[in-house]
Design a binder for this molecule. Sequence first.
Ligand SMILES: Nc1ncnc2c1ncn2[C@@H]1O[C@H](COP(=O)(O)OP(=O)(O)OP(=O)(O)O)[C@@H](O)[C@H]1O
Ligand SMILES: [Mg+2]
Length: 382
Amino acid sequence: MRFARMRLKNWRNFVDVDVEIGDRLFITGPNAAGKSNFLDAFRFLRDIAKDGGGLQQAVKDRGGLSKIRCLAARRHPDVEIEVTLTDQASTDPWRYGIGLRQEQRGARRLLLGYERVWRSDKLLLSRPDRDDREDDQRMTQTHLEQIASNKKFRSIADTFSRTLYLHLVPQLLRYPGLANRDAAGEDPFGLKFLERVMTTPDKTRKARLRKIAQALKVAVPEFESLADTRDERGMPHLEAMYRHWRYNASRQREDQFSDGTLRLIGLLWSLLDGDSLLLLEEPELSLHSSIVARLPALIWRLQRARQRQVILSSHSADLFNDPGIRDDEVALLLPKGSEGTTVQLAREREDVRHLLEAGMTMAEAVLPMTAPQESGRLGLVK
Ligand SMILES: Nc1ncnc2c1ncn2[C@@H]1O[C@H](COP(=O)(O)OP(=O)(O)OP(=O)(O)O)[C@@H](O)[C@H]1O
Ligand SMILES: [Mg+2]
């Protein structure tokens, strides 16, 4: 299943947005426009649906509903999320929607305002139902998170729960002691990345590492090959061989890899690992501009083979210069004060369409719109 549309109301800095999503979506916008917040809506659904997850924990992990609810929201409206999903095997789309609110008095419980599931236009679930009205404590949990209640739409819960988010921080991978390795939940910064690699069955792991090595040979000068090893204490490591000015090629472990090498390995591994929605934060970080320019094509090739959907945030002109990026694959986020941030596909904007028709690249057409008006004054800061 893939996500075809995301509607958000009062979610962080979005008052009311509705975004169509294809196989790839490139999100761009100024700093603090809400790119990460947009990606977080998918992670939120994942956190509700995942094993051991649930609504209350997902909200708690984000500091409570008051942190999630848009500051620009009018009086007391719910935070609402609605996604449309399509299934390759069928033409009937699924739709899942929830509204969240906090009790104004008393225990100030976080409650569902509603929870609804549709298949095509048929309503499969509509809460609150009679049971919920008799016992409103039931509204503290979604049916999505309960195996006993989500039988009719389990495939939605499965799709949500398998969403993968990556924002690899090379320093953490290199020095795992810096962070709390026991933190529950996702591993966005790649702390347990090496363990994930090493627990992958032998044949798959070696095949993936071979593919990654092919890409590294192109991207990293003198790089020769990549292998997995364990040290004396059984700890997993990646080992690269570099052509060296000495006769024998020299070996390096991941703590000696460059930031860009580590990020590229993490990015490629994630693309090869699974077929669920992949969320990538600024994949261009630490990479040479000539590599960044090839990322959209690389992502396209790898995701297509796995029927995988990818949503990524980026500020990179090199990335948006790729002529293969279509105008329905770029979402432009622009903060509009008390209206919150608006989201428009490049295709929906006449000005962008004109620029593209006039022969400009997506980077030339879209990125100037995301630059802060007064960025020139940064040079004057003393
Ligand atoms: N509940 C909320 N209501 C309104 N605004 C919010 C809310 N929660 C967070 N924000 C705002 O969202 C902004 C951060 O958004 P986000 O991190 O998604 O930006 P971004 O586009 O990813 O930026 P960058 O390019 O710097 O990574 C902050 O300015 C923060 O004040
Ligand atoms: Mg961000």
